[in-house]
Design a protein around this ligand. Sequence first.
Ligand SMILES: Cc1cc2nc3c(=O)[nH]c(=O)nc-3n(C[C@H](O)[C@H](O)[C@H](O)COP(=O)(O)O)c2cc1C
Length: 226
Amino acid sequence: MENEFNGLKTHRVVGLNGGPRKNWNTATLLSEALKGAASQGAETKLIHLYDLDYKGCVSCFYCKTKENYLKGVCAQKDGLTEVLELLSDSTGLIMGSPIYLSDVTGALRSFIERYLFINLAYDPVSPSVLENGPAVGLIYTMNIPREYLEPYGYASLFKSHANLLTRLRGPMIKQLTCCDTLQFTDYGKYHAPLFDENHKKEVREKRFPEDLAAAYQMGVELAQNK
Ligand SMILES: Cc1cc2nc3c(=O)[nH]c(=O)nc-3n(C[C@H](O)[C@H](O)[C@H](O)COP(=O)(O)O)c2cc1C
């Protein structure tokens, strides 16, 4: 599909919610980021990965065969097929995920396996299939407070994601971390002495609006760098 920007891609930013909850921290930040992208004239689409039926890479190596390795196409036809097609001509991608057990969710990880692997070649001279992939944003939400990102190894996890995503050869990679999130509406219902409900509510009230503003700004910048 042609557009006014580069003649090849649609000025579209796709948001992928890698978390199961559709109205909580991750989804809310993603929606805000897409609003920012829309403010720059981008078409936007929010997809909830948990609505889709798919697996990670099954190691069939169709995308590495001599006939197909430059096509960036996955042989598995399932719930991700349309998403991968949509991304093939989109200028931006924003992935959001809660941190589950010190990593992104399995749903987002499986998506990344599929999307990255079809766009990589086992070729030291030309390891990326794409010449100009999408501008990429990553939004992470998590329980731990910001000061633990470094000592608990989260900062290096985020760095390794950024490093991996450079292989898409997009114009930019932006990451946003939203820490100390409100996890329940009523902490009184759960056995969770690890958390102080008042503190969580205060973070939600005072800090979350700043995270929303940062998400919006991320959307703006990704949409400008098509
Ligand atoms: C299965 C599971 C595992 C989790 N593991 C972690 C973790 O390792 N570190 C952390 O900081 N938060 C962890 N959390 C908390 C979530 O990352 C946090 O509540 C996040 O904001 C949820 O996103 P949501 O509000 O969009 O659902 C976990 C939550 C669940 C349900």
